[in-house]
Ligand binder design. Structure first.
Ligand code: AFP
Length: 341
């Protein structure tokens, strides 16, 4: 058997190195186990009676898919009794979820999008779970919404599981970004890439181009230059990918580089953007930065954004650091032009 490092061993070694506490190790293992359960449900597809709408809506005003609701329930149940959490926040819940009185409380806050990309479920395109871990402020029992509103740089762990041709968990505890592939024969996540490094340059970008007419000047300029390719100022050709599952698009970037953009535009500006800060942008930003990439709102490092609401949305540009810098340059020059009148 080749040298295979299961997630459990990786986490025990991280604990021995002083990178995580036993409580955080337990938390990550519980979340990983819940993701395996979600993967099993996703894989059933039409045969599992889990496709289609649940007939309910969430705080985002979006119709919930049956798998949205089921994934949320799996994560809530798995994390209720372990004693490692003080509270939970979910894309699918208006307010923070308190750990039931019957169970001991821990020192961490867990936030998640239980099933990201759910509009892709019924057409068999990759979806995923995104999670973020924060420390619970001392004495916050039960934690209130305000206790969750910490900038992304304070995360102690972040990760996602993408349910694709293979089930892959990508994790950081602040010491690099690492990739684990589910071995269905043993039920273990096996380390398949340690210390991932995202190339600083890329020829691949991801954006929903159907929104082009709503974009602000910086996005129009930046994307226009990529579309012009070798005939334009960039002097080389680019390729475009858009899965419309952030987890799938980010995993491609984690795997081979690229830039992902969901800028605020005329369509979503009043909401602050399209993607949620606390349980989409922040965990992805930490994973990307830990892999040597960059993550920005276009004018600010994403991990520095001070949250004002549990479900607030934010503009997101992340991936290969030299391309993120190019986009930020377009924003800065547009800002300077406006300032100079
Ligand atoms: P759903 O979970 O509603 O499918 O939204 C997915 C998502 O939050 C993110 O995963 C995608 O990158 C983005 O929305 C896709 O947005 P568009 O549907 O506007 O392309």
């Amino acid at each position: 058997m080749p040298n295979r490092t299961p997630l459990t061993r990786f986490l025990i070694e991280a604990e021995r190195a002083g990178q995580i506490t036993p409580e955080l190790r337990l938390l990550i293992e519980v979340v990983a186990r819940a993701c395996k359960s979600i993967a099993n449900e996703v894989r059933k597809g039409a045969l599992g009676g889990v496709l289609g709408d649940a007939g309910t809506g969430n705080v985002q005003g979006e119709a919930q898919k049956k798998l949205d609701v089921l994934s949320n329930e799996i994560l809530l149940e798995a994390n209720a009794w372990g004693g490692h959490l003080a509270g939970i926040a979910s894309e699918e819940l208006d307010e923070p979820h308190a750990i039931p009185d019957a169970y001991p409380k821990g020192n961490f806050l867990l936030l998640f999008d239980p099933l990201d990309g759910s509009s892709n479920i019924d057409v068999n395109v990759s979806v995923g779970t995104i999670f973020s871990v924060l420390r619970c402020p001392d004495g916050a029992s039960p934690p209130t919404t305000r206790d969750f509103l910490q900038p992304g740089r304070t995360q102690v762990a972040a990760g996602y599981t993408v349910y694709g041709p293979s089930t892959v968990l990508v994790l950081t505890v602040g010491f690099g970004t690492h990739c684990f592939t589910l071995d269905r024969d043993t039920g273990s996540f096996i380390l398949t890439r340690r210390d991932i490094r995202i190339p600083a340059d890329t020829a691949e970008y991801a954006i929903n181009s159907s929104n082009a007419r709503h974009w602000d000047a910086p996005a129009r300029r930046y994307i226009g230059e990529l579309e012009a390719g070798s005939t334009g100022p960039r002097g080389r050709d680019f390729n475009m990918r858009w899965v419309a599952s952030m987890v799938a698009d980010v995993h491609r970037i984690i795997s081979r580089g690229g830039i992902f953009l969901y800028p605020a535009d005329a369509k979503c500006r009043d909401k602050g953007g399209r993607l949620r800060l606390m349980y989409e942008a922040n965990p992805m930003a930490l994973l990307i930065e830990q892999a040597g990439g960059a993550a920005s709102t276009g004018s600010q490092r994403l991990l520095e954004v001070q949250p004002t609401g549990l479900h607030q949305r934010v503009p997101v540009v992340l991936g290969s650091k030299n391309e993120v810098a190019e986009y930020e340059r377009c924003v800065a020059e547009a800002t300077a032009r406006r300032a100079s009148g």
